[in-house]
Design a protein around this ligand. Structure first.
Ligand SMILES: C[S@@+](CC[C@H](N)C(=O)[O-])C[C@H]1O[C@@H](n2cnc3c(N)ncnc32)[C@H](O)[C@@H]1O
Length: 285
């Protein structure tokens, strides 16, 4: 049984460090996910662990607690439509612009979890190589969770994971069977740079992206946190750049620095000033 004051303390800790907003009545989440963390740090039960946390929390313990509380649910080509839009419209449009400016196309997959999303993007990039005609595509995949990112980098997925969203011909093309399941081939893995990034922290000043995927993470944040992350992301977009949010996510009522692109039912957003550019780019692609 978690006391009211322990629940408040943990809720506050999670919100400040990871953005996760528990809300009322989610004690069961702490009760199901934190006992193994307590044991790892030498505490027999949650009350003892929480007492130690309240006495002073070392950064690595906070990180492990936040990691344990995040939801890493993901799958290859999740929701299909964003990837169709990426392949048929957004990447061809970005390629035209990149050719005109002589710079690479930059894609950021924020909150990439165990890697299925950036690997899906990389498979499309590889498929479009002839159309890209030498234009370099840089894919940055980031997540707050050290454990999720380690799995993403390893690129090994079990039978269940490869059965979720991945067409069999892509499994055969991009993976090698290993005892644990299937390992992504190096030619695909090396297209992606993995980095541990907390979306609550300032983004590096040099970052600029043509396309950002930030899907199914903002749902866990409260409105002021969503607004802060989205507004900082909007400043990283190149002219005509676009942002994908998850199927249930929107900028409506959160910020007006990003608006939905009406011609895209797949959750594409851009800066209001770029709307006609993104629409035109998609039509011309
Ligand atoms: C539900 S998964 C979404 C994965 C993928 N984007 C998708 O749509 O399939 C949410 C991910 O967000 C990450 N996350 C949660 N809070 C974060 C934060 N403050 N900064 C960066 N990543 C965070 C979690 O570690 C988790 O991997």
């Amino acid at each position: 049984m978690i006391s009211e004051s322990d629940y408040e303390f943990l809720s506050d800790l999670l919100k400040r460090h990871s953005g996760l907003t528990l809300g009322p009545g989610k004690q069961y989440l702490l009760e199901s996910r934190l006992p193994p963390v307590a044991v790892t740090f030498g505490h027999p039960d949650l009350p003892t662990f929480f007492r130690a946390l309240r006495a002073g929390v070392p950064a690595h313990v906070v990180k492990t607690v936040c990691d344990a509380m995040t939801t890493g649910e993901t799958l290859f080509f999740r929701d299909t439509k964003p990837f169709t839009a990426l392949e048929n419209e957004l990447l061809p449009a970005a390629a035209k612009q990149a050719r005109a400016t002589g710079r690479p196309i930059r894609i950021w997959c924020a909150a990439c979890s165990t890697g299925q999303e950036p690997y899906s993007i990389a498979m499309i990039v590889q498929k479009l190589e002839p159309m890209l005609a030498g234009t370099r595509v840089e894919i940055l995949a980031t997540d707050f969770s050290h454990a999720a990112l380690a799995r993403a980098k390893a690129g090994v997925f079990n039978q269940f994971e490869v059965q979720r969203g991945l067409p069999v011909q892509l499994l055969v093309k991009h993976f090698t069977p290993v005892p644990e399941g299937f390992e992504i081939k190096e030619e695909l893995r090396r297209r992606i740079t993995f980095q541990e990034i907390n979306l609550l922290h300032p983004f590096p000043g040099s970052w600029q992206f043509d396309i950002i995927f930030c899907r199914n993470v903002l749902i866990y944040f409260d409105v002021p946190t969503k607004k802060d992350v989205l507004e900082r992301m909007s400043r990283l977009l190149t002219r005509g750049g676009s942002l994908f949010l998850g199927g249930t996510e929107s900028t409506l009522g959160v910020t007006d620095t990003l608006v939905r692109v009406p011609s895209h039912p797949s959750g594409v957003f851009c800066r209001p000033a770029d709307l006609s550019l993104v629409e035109a780019g998609s039509r011309a692609a």
